[in-house]
Design a protein around this ligand. Structure first.
Ligand code: ACO
Length: 336
């Protein structure tokens, strides 16, 4: 029930087994390919190949689920924020994540799936959400570290999606990225305060949080390019503009400098500048941990999904009341 490892959207048959296409369909396909090659944006009402639609639906719905599941680890700290200012900031940030989920569900709905269908896939464990949200938030320093590393990784991955070939997704991402930048800065700012003005215990708390979040954050970009089944096609279609490994490298390079300013150590003894590559080398990622987490067996998978299902069930009366209200108004309008 808790697996995130199922593909709910299906895939086009492998080459050689493709369904026979009519001349009309082939013309549409050629026009679509030419538009993609020319860097055009595809709108919801434009013709698109079924596999393109399904790939987008898979990615956008996974992204939407990640935003709303991502509210849970941080929402957990709203009542325990150390000051009123930090509480207000965290409250706003968690609300933003809920908003991102709504923009993304709306973008995914333009591809022909209802929100109920998408949420059902999440609640029954058929749909994925980001691996990162299956880790626990043990101390207040985790909140700053999520802002710095998790939102930092999210921005690195999501800025190129503002140029995604599917226009409704690209448009949603522009606003999301602006807000994510604020999230990253507030996290970094919170850690900087603790590192510059905190007690030795608070500084140790920051280092401990960085030690725990570093590896899961660099896993967020997905498997290495040569083990990423979707990358080649998504890159060809302009859904993905930059590969998993390239984004991970850019993130590591940026984080190393930020860690120096902060005064924390990144927990990787093999992390060092490579002059030839003009980039940092880093240690081997434990991909077995990544696959275990997205397979449903991370530290918090059951808790996260349980909380989402409970929220859905507890909210049933609100949905029913809203539907009854809308129905009453419709009847009154028809009678008038
Ligand atoms: N967490 C969970 N599943 C993942 C992750 C991850 N961090 N990375 C990859 N996967 C899954 C993929 O969904 C895919 O599964 P599927 O084919 O069964 O659906 C499988 O692992 C193999 O990965 P890829 O072939 O590399 O998949 P894809 O091309 O979709 O790339 C990526 C994965 C980079 C996450 C892409 O989908 C993406 O850019 N999504 C949009 C951004 C996003 O969802 N961010 C969510 C977290 S950020 C936040 O919410 C704050």
């Amino acid at each position: 029930m808790y697996t995130q490892a199922m593909d709910t959207m299906g895939k086009e048959p492998a080459d050689g087994q493709k369904p026979v296409r009519s001349a009309d369909e082939m013309r549409l396909q050629e026009r679509f390919d030419a538009r993609i090659d020319a860097g055009d944006f595809i709108e919801a009402k434009d013709w698109m190949p079924e596999h393109y639609r399904k790939t987008l639906l898979r990615q956008i719905s996974q992204h939407a689920h990640s935003e709303i599941v991502g509210m849970l680890p941080e929402g957990n700290w709203i009542t325990r924020a150390p000051t009123l200012k930090r509480k207000a900031i965290l409250l706003a940030k968690v609300q933003d994540e809920g908003g991102h989920g709504l923009y993304l569900y709306a973008a995914a709905e333009t591809l022909g799936s209802s929100r109920d269908q998408m949420l059902d896939a999440l609640h029954t464990g058929k749909a994925k959400y980001s691996s990162i949200f299956n880790y626990p938030t043990l101390t207040w320093a985790d909140i700053g570290t999520i802002g710095w590393l998790v939102d930092g990784a999210a921005i690195m991955n999501q800025v190129p999606i503002c140029r995604c070939s599917y226009a409704p997704y690209a448009r949603a991402m522009i606003r999301i990225c602006r807000e994510e930048s604020f999230h990253q800065r507030q996290g970094y700012g919170s850690l900087l305060t603790m590192m510059q003005h905190g007690t030795p215990e608070q500084k140790a708390m920051v280092q401990d949080a960085v030690d725990r979040w570093w590896w899961p954050s660099i896993m967020m970009f997905g498997p290495p390019d040569d083990q990423s089944p979707n990358s080649a096609q998504s890159m060809r279609w302009g859904i993905k503009r930059v590969s998993n490994d390239e984004l991970r490298q850019k993130f590591v390079d940026a984080a190393v400098e930020q860690a120096k300013v902060l005064g924390v150590t990144l927990p990787d003894p093999e992390l060092k500048w490579n002059d030839e590559r003009q980039a940092h080398d880093f240690g081997a990622i434990d991909w077995s941990e990544f696959w275990r987490v997205i397979g449903g067996d991370g530290p918090c998978n059951r808790e996260r999904l349980g909380a989402r299902v409970k929220a859905w069930e507890d909210g049933a009366w609100v949905r029913e009341a809203a539907l009854a209200h809308a129905g009453k108004h419709q009847t009154m309008k028809e009678a008038a």
